[in-house]
Structures are given as structure tokens and as C-alpha cells.
Design a protein around this ligand. Sequence first.
Ligand code: TXA
Ligand code: MG
Length: 318
Amino acid sequence: MHTRLLHTDEIDEAAELLKRGELVAFPTETVYGLGGNGLDARSAEKIYAAKGRPSDNPLILHVASTEMLEDIAEEVPELAHTLMTEFWPGGLTLVLKKKSIVPDASTGGLTTVAVRMPAHPVALELIAACGFPLAAPSANKSGRPSPTRAEHVIEDLDGEIAAILNAGPTRIGMESTVLDLSGEHPAILRFGAVTEEELRNFIPNLQSPTDEQRKRAPGTRYRHYSPNAKVTIVPLGELPENHLEKEGRTAYIGYEPCDAAEKYHLENDARDYAKQLFALLRKADHDKVDHILVQAIDEAGLGAAVMDRLRRAAGQLN
Ligand code: TXA
Ligand code: MG
């Protein structure tokens, strides 16, 4: 299949492809998504095949209006309305009980559906032009770092999807926060663009997920965000130099100096890490290094999401 590279003035073409059941990667403010018709089981199956993703790992449905949300979610609790008012459009995904119109293929057979309204004009226009919610996981091959540029999507999925809508680098660079509102207590299933601190202002009793809830975000179980080179984290307060391997070439990512073969500087700032981390993990592979050494940052705010991804890339979490 030839993958077309579309520009932001070709949203109608992208919508036509999606209406025909094809897959189109599109930009959001977090990462690029691999979009398909969220109400069509065949489109969902195509997404799993293209990504090489286990089909029990459910997809997020992206909406452009609260009406679209009401079409797919069975119960929308008061708290969901409050959070949507506060954080939508934006990097917060809500897990709610699903309506039967949502095919099991999109939710990995779960009785819940994850929904988000992205804060990117191109994404919103595309969803509205389709008239149905877009199922969209991050547009990378399963296990690889999430794509923050159209070039990353080409790297992973060229020849396997109908088109890629290119709108340049994404603004935030970390995926959305996944919040489960379908159980007895609200729980964060994945740290992301909206911080725990921000959520606590509206959910004082925000819990750590129970094992049962953790199982409901199966995506967090698999190997993730992994470049080919081995990733090592420099713990806070330790010298990067002391963690350099003796053999092989190392790419160093951090804010303090370190004498490695490749050096990619980041500010000591979670937003800078979030924006650039995935792209730098991919760059390290292009630079053909054996090791990637990444300096840790403080876990406050967006730092929680950054360190979560980093630990997964380093194989420290399963
Ligand atoms: O920022 C984002 O969220 C990006 C952009 C494209 O919107 N999308 C994204 O999708 O990161 P994906 O598929 O890579 O990650 C979705 C996460 C997975 O961990 C999945 O298990 C979880 O959300 N999830 C989806 N539906 C769920 C459900 N019904 N219950 C629990 N977890 C769910
Ligand atoms: Mg993903």
C-alpha cells in the first residue's frame, strides 16, 4: 500500500479515507494517533494489525464534541462533566461505561470505553468531518517510542496505512492521562499530560489504582517505549559520568554535562523532557549507539509521566 503524506489543508481527503474504513495517522497535542473509525470493528482490527498490538489492549476513542461522547458512553457521572469542563479539549482520557454501539473490537472486549477530546485544531476538524469518533492509539509500532513527528510515523508505518496528516511536531510529547471513572473510586491508570496535582483539585479522594483497575489498562502491561539500544537511568543526585559503560558507544540525554559519544541536551524541566524524550530515543537508534544514558528528573507534575515512560523504556516496569 502507498502511504500518502497529507498536509493540514487536506483534512477532507483524510476524512474520506477514514469513512471508507482506511487508517489515517493524525496529529494531536500529545502524540500522533493512528486513526480509524471507532464504531467499525474492521477498522479497529486494521489498527491492531498495523501496530502489531495485542488485541486485548483497548483503544481510546477521540471525540470532537460532548454530543459524540454521549453517543458512546452509557453513564457520564457528574465528576466526568466537571473534568471535561476543566480539561477538555486536552490530555485527559476518561474511562466510562460503554454503549453497545462501540464494538468489542475497539475496547478489547471490555465493558468500558476510554474517551478523549484532543486539543489540536487538525484533530478536531478531522473528527468533525468524519462525523464519528476516531479510535486512535499512538501511531507507533507496538513497543516503540510514541511518535511526536510525522517522520516517526513514516518510520514505523509507511506502506501499512492509507495516509499521514502532517502538522509538524506535537506540543506536549507525552500521551494523555488515563483516568478510570467506571469503578467505585476514580483512579489514574496511566500518568500523562494532565498531572495528578491538577486532578487532585477536583478529586480530593483520588486513589492509586487497585490491581483490578490496573488490569483494566492492559496497555501498561506490555514492553513499551523501547529503542534498540539499552536504556539506563541516572538517578537524581548522581553523576552521569559514573554510569557510563566502558564498552560501546553511548548517547547521553540530560541537563548536566557528561562525556559521551553523543550528547543531547535537555533543560532540567519536565516540559522539555516530555516534548523531546521520545524523539531523542529514536535519534539515538539512528546514531547507532549501544547504550542510552538518561538523567532522571523530579517526579512532580509532568515529571511523573516522564519518569514512568523512562522506566518502561529501561525495562524497569512491566
Ligand atoms: O495521548 C494519547 O492518549 C494518545 C493520542 C493519540 O490520543 N493515544 C494513546 O493511545 O496513547 P494508546 O492506545 O497508545 O494508549 C491508550 C492507553 C492504553 O494503556 C490502554 O490500555 C488504555 O489507554 N485504555 C484504553 N481503553 C481503556 C479502557 N476501556 N479501560 C482501561 N484502559 C484503557
Ligand atoms: Mg501507545
